[in-house]
Design a protein around this ligand. Structure first.
Ligand SMILES: [Zn+2]
Length: 147
């Protein structure tokens, strides 16, 4: 095994490759290895328990925002009203770059959360939101989803 090093993007210190039970108390997901910076409480999950980071480092604030984005935009395809790929390509087109929630910054998350329901509506009044915007905004769960 080659010695791979990953550095925290917040403080620049070397991150530790650990199981995510270090963060959650128990392991979450089938790929539970992650790179963790204890000083910043920032981490990034890994691809299939390898050392390859999946996305970018996120601290508590960014994780909370990413979770809110998932709650907000995933409701449209999870409810079967729209296709997942369509939702993400719509957001990517609006932002002007390929959008992945796992790579998003605080600024990007806020932009996505500011998009109105109508933005996701291919035809007026075709979609009906499952989760209200207030509920999304109040969400502050520490546990991250996959992606
Ligand atoms: Zn750090």
């Amino acid at each position: 095994m080659n010695e791979e090093k990953v550095f925290c993007t917040y403080c620049g210190k070397e991150a530790e490759w650990v199981e995510n039970k270090e963060i959650y108390g128990r392991n979450y997901g089938k790929s539970y290895m992650c790179w963790l910076c204890r000083d910043c409480e920032a981490f990034v999950g890994c691809h299939n328990n390898t050392k390859r980071p999946l996305g970018t480092f996120a601290n508590r604030e960014l994780r909370s925002l990413r979770k809110q984005v998932h709650l907000y935009i995933d409701q449209f395809w999870k409810s079967g009203q729209l296709k997942r790929a369509w939702v993400y390509s719509r957001v990517s087109k609006e932002l002007g770059f390929q959008y992945h929630t796992g790579e998003s910054t605080i600024e990007t998350c806020k932009k996505v959360l500011a998009l109105p329901y109508e933005f996701f509506d291919p035809k007026p009044k075709k979609i009906s939101p499952v989760i209200g915007r207030d509920e999304v905004a109040k969400f502050h769960n520490f546990v991250d989803g996959d992606d």
